[in-house]
Structure formats: structure tokens, C-alpha cells
Design a protein around this ligand. Structure first.
Ligand code: ZN
Length: 155
């Protein structure tokens, strides 16, 4: 049995105030597990995205997350959970005033191809984006695949 303290896991740069990937720490073979804390305005994800091979379950422990989906937005409050199918586009954002604490479980562990879409000012529409580390390694940026413009910076 592997046991960890979530607070001991390193927090990663990104669109969430706190993102602690627990997959390696626990040595999971078949699922990916991430612990999140979202300040108001934060998101789980760099953009509206889909994982080709992986289904995801989000459990919200406190606060409320609003998921953009292909249909209407879905608000998920404390004590609720949602399942996202492989290939289904979504992005969860903390649109409330309260801090969000949530767990995300993905299976299989490796998500396969992940397509991220963000609004690009230069293209004037939502476009596919890549995520890359800055040269100084002090932030991650999202970059429009169509025109090369940086669409977001996360540190
Ligand atoms: Zn662009």
C-alpha cells in the first residue's frame, strides 16, 4: 500500500492556484489523480479541451465549479461529482467567490492526445493551442497553433 499526505505533494504551475499531481506519488498504474484548489477565476485546465483516450471524474469538495461543455454550462457544487467521456470537450472554472477544493480522477492513466482550444485575439476566434514552458522556466504559456500568438500565461 502506498500512502501520501496531499500537502506533501509538489504544486505545479498552471491555471489552478494549487495543482498537486498524485499519480507518481502513489505509483498508480491505471488512474491519474490530481488534487486542486481554485481561487476565484482559476480553472482546472489551460483551455477548452478533450482527452482522446481518457475519461475523467471531478469531485468537488467545496465551492462550485462551472464546466463549459458542448451543451449548456454545468455547475458542480460541494458534494457533487461529474463524469467527462473520452473525447468530450470541457473546461471547469471557478466562477464563484468561494475557493474550490476538488479531486480529478482520470482513466486510463495516460490521456492520449489532448486538444486544447483558446480564444486567440489575433485570429479572432477559438483555435487549437500548444502549451510550453518559458525560456526562464518561470511560467507556462499557451500558444495559438494557427498564428503563433501567446494566448495565456500561467505561473
Ligand atoms: Zn491565432
Amino acid at each position: 500500500m502506498e500512502k501520501i499526505r496531499i500537502d506533501d505533494a509538489k504544486s505545479y504551475m498552471g491555471p489552478a492556484d494549487v495543482k498537486r499531481p498524485l499519480t507518481k506519488e502513489l505509483g498508480t498504474e491505471n488512474v491519474a489523480l490530481n488534487y486542486y484548489e481554485l481561487a476565484p477565476g482559476d480553472s482546472f485546465a489551460f483551455g477548452y479541451h478533450a482527452h482522446e483516450d481518457q475519461e475523467e471524474v471531478f469531485y468537488v469538495q467545496s465551492g462550485t465549479v462551472t464546466f463549459e461543455t458542448a451543451d449548456d454550462p454545468v455547475a458542480v457544487g460541494a458534494g457533487e461529482a461529474v463524469r467527462v467521456a473520452p473525447g468530450e470537450f470541457q473546461r471547469g472554472v471557478n466562477e464563484g467567490d468561494e475557493r474550490v477544493v476538488a479531486l480529478a480522477v482520470g482513466a486510463p492513466r495516460d490521456a492520449g492526445e489532448t486538444e486544447v482550444r483558446r480564444h486567440c485575439e489575433d485570429c479572432g476566434e477559438r483555435t487549437p493551442n500548444d502549451i510550453e514552458m518559458t525560456e526562464d522556466r518561470d511560467a507556462l504559456v499557451t500558444r495559438c497553433v494557427d498564428c503563433g500568438a501567446v494566448t495565456g500565461r500561467f505561473d
